[in-house]
Design a protein around this ligand. Structure first.
Ligand SMILES: [Cu+2]
Length: 295
């Protein structure tokens, strides 16, 4: 048990209101730092403004950053203030006064963190319900955007993605082409192992699992080229699973669709379409054939 410090070595009674000073410095720093950080750093957040969901993700990250900044400011102020005002005198080997508890700080801490967490949960739920999510919500999404949507099935397999357009007669393509300013409903699945469909600039990232129909939503904006990658290590040529997709004008989309339909009609009879042939007929989900499982 440590011996009580003698009266001579005990620090002198301090009448300075340290708490008030820390709070004033914290508020001053937070008022300056929070808008600066939100404006300067917020615009750098991924994935950018390539879709309504991408813009929402940037907003969500900016709100998170704005909430976190005052917390970091408090830690920084307290750290600097503590180092400056509470350090031991040179040469003195004295324990600081024991701090057992402080009910005011405990209550403030619990209320403060509780308010932050509840606010973020409420804000996140509100945002999710606005436009749905670019992240997969499973086969029965909770948040479904209203209005008509273009359905596209995304099928992962070792080692490429195939896109099926049910509204274009089940057209299949290895290119993801979407019309601008359109709500798109992506049904992400896999023929073999677990992949992850990641259309970066669109703010879409959804697991592609065999036997599962993973639904994700995206509302496109203007014409752009976006990157598509597999984001789940899926075998030897996982790194080969990248491609570019395009958002194009409605006229260009129609022209692309009719061109692809002609191409598809020419090759469809030669494509394996039965599981017995190693192919897969249209289905919402697939299970890997035992003979074709990863290995
Ligand atoms: Cu992969």
């Amino acid at each position: 048990m440590a011996a009580e410090p003698s009266a001579a070595s005990r620090p002198p009674a301090d009448s300075t209101n340290h708490g008030f000073r820390v709070v004033v410095a914290w508020i001053a720093l937070s008022v300056v730092a929070t808008p600066l950080v939100a404006i300067l750093v917020g615009r750098l957040f991924p994935p950018g403004n390539g879709s309504a969901q991408g813009t929402e993700q940037v907003l969500d990250n900016t709100v998170l950053l704005s909430v976190i900044t005052p917390v970091v400011c408090l830690l920084a102020v307290f750290f600097v203030y503590g180092l400056r005002s509470f350090h031991a005198a040179p040469g003195a080997v004295v324990d600081g006064p024991p701090l057992r508890n402080d009910s005011r700080i405990q209550i403030l801490w619990i209320v403060g963190t509780g308010v932050i967490v509840l606010f973020l949960a409420g804000f996140g739920t509100f945002e999710l319900l606005q436009n749905g999510a670019g992240g997969g919500q499973g086969p029965n999404p909770i948040a479904v955007p209203g209005g008509s949507k273009l359905q596209v099935q995304v099928i992962g397999q070792q080692w490429q993605f195939t896109y099926r357009y049910p509204s274009l007669g089940g057209l299949e393509s290895n290119q993801l082409v979407l019309p601008e300013n359109t709500d798109v409903e992506l049904h992400v699945t896999s023929l073999d192992v677990i992949h992850s469909f990641w259309a970066y600039e669109l703010g879409v990232k959804a697991d592609a699992n065999p036997g599962s129909d993973n639904v994700a939503f995206v509302e496109t904006k203007g014409p752009e080229t976006f990157h598509v990658r597999c984001a789940e290590l899926c075998g030897l040529w996982h790194g080969y699973m990248y491609n570019n997709g395009r958002v194009v004008s409605s006229a260009q989309f129609q022209s692309w669709a009719s061109q692809q339909k002609k191409l598809y009609a020419a090759i469809a009879p030669f494509m394996n379409k039965s599981p017995a042939d190693g192919g897969a007929p249209y289905s919402k989900t697939y299970l890997p054939l035992p003979s074709e499982r990863a290995g």
